[in-house]
Write a protein that binds this ligand. Structure first.
Ligand SMILES: [Zn+2]
Length: 177
């Protein structure tokens, strides 16, 4: 039993969770950038960068867990250099910053709400791509696709939303007790 007089356990500062959310409008034509993949489905997300809704939610979850500035602060959408920018590159830079502050990813879990295309056929490819960008193991990334059940902006195919929670730990993990 830990002596309460010793103050808070260092374990309390060895793990953090973070939550990220993003949404983007969908318009016909073009290429959809999702999870670092380029999907030819005759629709695209609208945004200043490549508008990858899933990678933006993951980026914000990671930065938030490590108490770092959010994606909008790191990559302002009024800067010309961020126009059409590859979100995989932004996520990779964010992961670098998280690691530079002494944290390592334990796992992340995402939900994407999107009417089309169906994500189940490309789920494995998405997870492989995300884990590759994060330079982490495949099993640390999980992903679920949901539709809007045909209702609301998501159901009409006008909007996509992505949610992500991450768990990070100080590296080496849980060394101090
Ligand atoms: Zn976004």
């Amino acid at each position: 039993m830990r002596d309460p007089a010793a103050g808070p356990s260092p374990l309390l500062d060895a793990i953090r969770i973070g939550f990220g959310f993003d949404s983007h409008r969908i318009e016909p034509g073009g290429i959809m950038h999702l999870g670092g993949l380029s999907i030819d489905c005759n629709a695209h997300f609208v945004g200043h960068s490549d508008a990858d809704v899933l990678l933006h939610a993951i980026t914000d979850a990671l930065l938030s867990a490590a108490n770092l500035p959010d994606i909008g602060q790191l990559f302002p959408n009024n800067l010309e250099e961020n126009r059409g920018r590859d979100s995989a590159e932004m996520l990779s830079l964010a992961m670098d910053q998280v690691r530079e502050t002494g944290w390592e990813l334990v796992n992340l879990d995402c939900v994407v709400q999107l009417e089309r295309p169906k994500l189940s056929p490309i789920k494995k490819e998405l997870i492989e791509r995300i884990s590759s960008v994060l330079r982490t193991d495949f099993h640390r990334v999980s992903l679920k696709g949901k539709t809007g059940e045909g209702t609301g902006a998501i159901g009409r195919g006008e909007l996509a939303e992505a949610h992500c929670v991450v768990l990070i730990t100080k590296s080496p993990p849980l060394a101090a007790t």
